[in-house]
Design a protein around this ligand. Structure first.
Ligand SMILES: C[S@@+](CC[C@H](N)C(=O)[O-])C[C@H]1O[C@@H](n2cnc3c(N)ncnc32)[C@H](O)[C@@H]1O
Length: 206
């Protein structure tokens, strides 16, 4: 009961705050800059990306968690962009094959329970020539001790942060799902605990 209260009434507010860490906001700005037209954003969260879309007219805001989406409402109302909430999971996308030009994922692939299934779905709905734009925290590849700690702490993190895995090798998962990289950078985000600091910024296509 206490855990349910935490998940419904406390975690969404914590998420809203943490996801506005200035270094993450800089990455959002950079990621959204070249995107135009229609976007499917998976794990829309509290809508923090919305003000960064410059030339986008429609956002399909895929967010399965109604308690989290509730905190996006003000940003949605203040935006000139047409935002359509899609209450579904990335593992089963209610979109046709080859129908979406741009997909955005910011710190969402860590939280999806069945990641390979979700990536297969993203691959299915993405138009040929379309792009999946993403920035995600990832498993350290060059630091065995931190990698070990990420594996150790992931079960706790999943409980505290709504299913978030600290130890996902996102680059490999994307390759396994047959995406090819158009752009790829790793960096350590300022203001984030070491355990979740390593980030992958990428644009991939099918
Ligand atoms: C760490 S939050 C990131 C929120 C937002 N993308 C941002 O950048 O602030 C992860 C989000 O993924 C959502 N999520 C969890 N499982 C999901 C799934 N299977 N499909 C789509 N979204 C999911 C959560 O509800 C949450 O909003």
């Amino acid at each position: 009961m206490i855990y349910k209260f935490y998940q419904q009434h406390i975690f969404p507010h914590l998420l809203n705050q943490v996801m506005q860490t200035p270094s993450l906001m800089d990455q959002r700005r950079k990621l959204m800059l070249p995107i135009s037209g229609e976007v499917l954003e998976i794990g829309f969260g509290t809508g923090v990306n919305l003000p960064f879309y410059q030339n986008v007219d429609t956002v399909y805001a895929l967010e399965p968690n109604a308690d989290i989406y509730q905190l996006a409402m003000q940003r949605v109302h203040e935006s000139a962009i047409h935002v359509q909430h899609v209450q579904a999971s990335a593992e089963k996308l209610p979109f046709a094959d080859n129908s979406i030009e741009n997909i955005v994922s910011t710190w969402t692939l860590c939280s999806i329970e069945h990641l390979p299934q979700a990536l297969t779905e993203l691959h299915r709905v993405l138009k040929p020539g379309g792009t999946l734009h993403l920035v995600e925290h990832v498993l350290y590849q060059d630091h065995k001790a931190l990698q070990h700690l990420q594996n150790l702490l992931t079960p706790i993190q999943k409980r505290l942060a709504d299913g978030c895995h600290l130890n996902r090798y996102i680059e490999q998962a994307l390759q396994d799902a047959h995406f090819r990289f158009k752009e790829k950078q790793y960096f350590d985000a300022a203001g984030i605990p070491k355990i979740a600091q390593r980030m992958l910024f990428a644009r991939v296509q099918k």
